[in-house]
Design a protein around this ligand. Sequence first.
Ligand SMILES: Nc1ncnc2c1ncn2[C@@H]1O[C@H](COP(=O)(O)OP(=O)(O)O)[C@@H](O)[C@H]1O
Ligand SMILES: [Mg+2]
Length: 234
Amino acid sequence: MTTDPVEPILSARGLHKSFGRTPALNGASLVLQPGESVAITGPSGSGKSTLLHCLAGVVRADSGIVTFRGTRLDELTTDDRTRLRRVSFGLVLQFGQLVPELSAVENVALPLLLEGRPRAEAAASALQWLERLEVGQVAGSRSLAMSGGEAQRVAIARALVTSPDIVFADEPTGALDTVTGELALDVLVKAIKETGAALVLVTHDNRVAAVADREVVLRDGVVEDETDHPGAAG
Ligand SMILES: Nc1ncnc2c1ncn2[C@@H]1O[C@H](COP(=O)(O)OP(=O)(O)O)[C@@H](O)[C@H]1O
Ligand SMILES: [Mg+2]
């Protein structure tokens, strides 16, 4: 493990965000190093999801700055930001958010097809990721025909297929039972370690947070506490 200072891959400073009169972020800051995994924890309503959405460029903060490799997300054109999200970021949400009309392999291939990759090549990569996540058997199935655990692993495969620099996961095991959730989390952590991707993991579950290198605790939209997990899995 190196102690050399590295340029952060992602940095957020003083983020404020309100929904109408409801404050969600109240000056939250966070710095992520390449390959690092950070768990964002805190009580329900503390701003975890809003912070993740701002970091991933899905939601724009009212004030404050988010930079990816030194470039401000808010200074990118909409097209460049969309492309950055598609290529450099992988997103796993609580309920997977697969396109129900598409099969598993089509869902996973989608980010590659949107990047203009040939259909056969995209399908082959998608299938590889499905097999790696041990859900190759549902490659031809639509999400309604899968179990929750299968659908969630398909969503994880979709987030990893572009070999993103950062994976953002919001309660990725929230909809799963304990055993299935542990399996999905294990696979996610292994995959990010193998590919060298950084991970931002939102969770209210201490056991889930424990897989991350570091934990950031939010309360009322600000970082209340930060702790290292020296013995984190991986
Ligand atoms: N789209 C939205 N519209 C209105 N209020 C929202 C929206 N998203 C979040 N909020 C509010 O912002 C606060 C923080 O929410 P959120 O980031 O979802 O917290 P957490 O993920 O920690 O539960 C809460 O009070 C929530 O009700
Ligand atoms: Mg949330």
